[in-house]
Unconditional design. Structure first.
Length: 399
């Protein structure tokens, strides 16, 4: 891609791959690259819509449009964003480490998304309709290394639906052929709020109401939930409350709970969870026999039990390191280790491996796994200690 270096896949499934990259001067960018199987005319038209929306809305959480281009006959758009991972990565990591987002931080993100959507609704697209996304998913959000959120999905609302295996939370009228609208964004944001519940540290009152076990003093929370359920899920688009109305009611409930939305706290939390420094103790790696966790030196275990491809790739690298220290494994060997029996096209396959290795390095193995001789290896000086899958101190033995 012209003028861009260090392309790193963030999400590559669907009609458009999402990549992090850097300009020659080091400025970080996000690139939306059309899949080679997407007809060129369709890719160009879709990216025109994205470019138009981001040119009009750039600022705040919406990355500004930088330029269009073609690479090997494939259309792409460059956006002014330093996103490095998406919401799927964050949620998966939270599940692995067993942490939840503090409530004030979570509602800080939600109210920030609401504000960005309301800002977009005040600007008309070339069609004359307000800009809207119509659907939201975990892939709609990108995060920088510092945890700053970026919102994708503008441009006739198709982008979130196109990205990744995670189903977008789309308003039902979109399935009937309606265009995204402010009313569909109300539905999408309310649905997105629901999906976040398992990953948030909820106040006791909110938890009780959502479980259907509310107390008398939980009236304000119960009233908000009851009203939202009746007005968002049950009513047709024309009768749904506006995002402004819903936001006002939500903030009233938060004041009663004495919770102040804190978007900056959410950024700090994401940065803390997603960035694991690996310098301390990087010469000694403890790892479970099944790859379900690893730890650097005497540090705490980093759990990756639910991430099968990462586990298999890590274990394959460690097995090579133990058998032939210093040798590297090529991308195709690691692809077969991570996704045995699958035969994706070469670009998709290499992107999977790059993303998996990047995830492992971000989770703590930055100074353990290194590029070498057109492949990857465990740094030769690293000493590996194997342990039983259950418990970080059980069955320890040097590799």
């Amino acid at each position: 891609m012209s003028g861009l270096a260090e392309p790193l896949p963030i999400r590559v499934k669907g009609p458009f791959g999402v990549y992090g990259a850097a300009e020659a001067d080091g400025t970080r960018r996000v690139v939306l690259l059309a899949d080679p199987n997407l007809p060129a005319a369709e890719a160009s038209a879709r990216l025109d819509a994205i470019a138009c929306a981001h040119e009009a809305l750039g600022g705040g959480m919406v990355p500004a449009f930088v330029r269009r281009g073609q690479w090997q006959g494939r259309h792409y758009v460059v956006l002014a964003s330093d996103g490095r991972c998406d919401g799927c990565d964050v949620i998966q990591t939270l599940a692995d480490v067993g942490e939840r987002v503090p409530y004030a931080a979570a509602v800080g993100l939600l109210t920030a998304i609401s504000a960005e959507l309301q800002r977009a609704h005040g600007t008309a697209a070339p069609s004359g309709r307000p800009h809207a996304v119509g659907s939201l998913s975990l892939t709609s959000l990108l995060f920088s290394d510092e945890g700053r959120p970026w919102l994708l999905g503008f441009g006739d609302g198709f982008l979130a639906a196109a990205m990744g295996p995670y189903a977008p939370l789309a308003a039902p009228e979109l399935a009937l052929g309606e265009h995204p609208s402010p009313a569909s964004d109300v539905f999408a944001l309310a649905a997105f709020m629901r999906t976040m519940v398992p990953f948030v540290e909820l106040p006791a009152a909110v938890s009780r109401v959502l479980r259907g076990a509310s107390h008398a003093e939980d009236g304000a929370v119960a009233d908000f939930v009851r009203s939202a359920n009746a007005s968002v899920w049950s009513l047709p688009p024309a009768l749904r409350p506006s995002l402004g109305t819903l936001d006002t009611a939500f903030r009233t409930m938060l004041r009663i709970l004495r919770v102040t939305p804190d978007a900056l706290a959410h950024a700090r939390f994401v940065a803390q969870v997603m960035t694991r420094e690996s310098s301390a103790g990087a010469d000694r790696l403890r790892v479970a026999d099944d790859g379900s966790w690893f730890a650097l030196g005497a540090g705490p275990p980093q759990r990756i039990a639910s991430r099968a491809a990462l586990r298999r790739i890590m274990l394959r690298l460690l097995a090579s390191h133990e058998a032939r220290p210093g040798d590297a494994l090529d991308v195709w060997t690691l692809l077969e280790a991570g996704w045995p029996g699958e035969q994706p096209d070469p670009e998709s396959g290499s992107n999977r491996v790059y993303a998996a290795v990047y995830a492992l390095r971000r989770l703590g193995l930055r100074d353990v796994i290194e590029r070498f001789d057109a492949g990857y290896r465990v740094r030769p000086a690293v000493v590996v200690e194997r342990a039983a899958a259950e418990g970080s101190d059980a069955g320890r033995r040097p590799g």
